[in-house]
Ligand binder design. Structure first.
Ligand SMILES: *[C@@H]1O[C@H](CO)[C@@H](O)[C@H](O)[C@H]1NC(C)=O
Ligand SMILES: *[C@@H]1O[C@H](CO)[C@@H](O)[C@H](O)[C@H]1NC(C)=O
Ligand SMILES: *[C@@H]1O[C@H](CO)[C@@H](O)[C@H](O)[C@H]1NC(C)=O
Length: 276
């Protein structure tokens, strides 16, 4: 319900600044069908437009890109995975399993979109890290730049020091982070364990944001399905120590009768008025 209120408020504000439409009600879900794990970003220089992508698992074309100016009306504008040659291994994954493209992060920086994501092969069980193939795509839409990370759900963060960092989830146990070069895929070690979560299973899908000198780490926890929850932690140092938000979970359908259940992976962006 919180999401509905926030989106409604954002849509109302946007409708007065960037659209002639006077929106007072709208239907959820705003994007229906199979669109899990949204990652969304607002791009002022592209006509104040919001863009999202989603986990596409075994489907092809994959990584759908949706655009909207009012957060209500969304249009499929592209697929970041559009050519089988970008990722030949996608065609050879086990069917019927939760393999394939996991939890992408979509960001825009200096005229370019970036997607960081994982091609997961769950048939390679145990501690075989070749089951996680992490890579970067840039618009419009390139060959993947693969990088070494023994986990899933990578997300980029550009800090004020001019460096770029990658934050991801390891073995359903912890959130690790390192500096990365998004052009070459080089990860500058060591990977640092920055957060083990609040004690719930499977901290994953991390995103880092900076505001007023604080680094905010948003993660999904609870081990997917109905127990999924979005939790915040924050620190004045990018590499921690982080402390959990006493108001956690900030978003969840767990133990509620809310229409939306199994809500966990979240992302946050500002709009044209700087509202979150
Ligand atoms: C928008 O619609 C609402 C509800 O119909 C109405 O009260 C309001 O005056 C309208 N605002 C504008 C700017 O037209
Ligand atoms: C991991 O999986 C790859 C690909 O199937 C295989 O070549 C490699 O031998 C495996 N490594 C281990 C330690 O099982
Ligand atoms: C996470 O847990 C591991 C194992 O208990 C511990 O070694 C590590 O220091 C913890 N990391 C953080 C950031 O608290």
């Amino acid at each position: 319900m919180k999401v509905t209120t926030v989106l409604a408020a954002a849509a109302t504000l946007l409708s007065s600044t960037s659209s002639a439409q006077n929106v007072s009600t709208y239907n959820n879900p705003v994007i229906s069908g199979f669109h899990p794990d949204p990652s969304c970003t607002f791009v002022p220089e592209l006509d104040n437009t919001f863009f999202c992508t989603f986990s596409s698992f075994l489907t092809f074309p994959g990584l759908p890109i949706y655009a909207s100016r009012d957060l209500i009306n969304w249009k499929l504008i592209s697929n970041a995975l559009h050519n089988p040659d970008q990722l030949p291994a996608l065609a050879f994954l086990p069917r019927g399993a939760t393999s394939g493209i996991y939890a992408p992060t979509l960001r825009y920086r200096d005229g370019k979109f970036y997607i960081l994501t994982t091609l997961a092969n769950q048939a390679l069980y145990g501690e075989n890290y070749t089951r996680w193939d992490n890579f970067i795509l840039t618009s419009g839409w390139s060959e993947p730049v693969h990088f070494d990370f023994p986990g899933i759900d990578p997300s980029p963060f550009w800090d004020d020091d001019g460096k770029t960092y990658m934050t991801g989830s390891i073995d359903g146990k912890a959130i690790w982070q390192a500096e990365i070069d998004l052009e070459t895929g080089e990860v500058f070690g060591p990977l640092v364990d920055i957060w083990n979560g609040t004690g719930l299973p499977s901290p994953e899908a991390p995103h880092v944001y900076k505001k007023d000198g604080w680094y905010y780490l948003l993660t999904a926890e609870g081990g997917i399905r109905e127990r999924h929850r979005s939790n915040f932690a924050r620190s004045t140092n990018l590499f921690g120590p982080y402390e959990g938000d006493p108001a956690n979970p900030v978003l969840s359908g767990y133990l509620s009768h809310d229409y939306f259940q199994a809500v966990g992976h979240s992302d946050i962006s500002t709009d044209a008025l700087g509202q979150y």
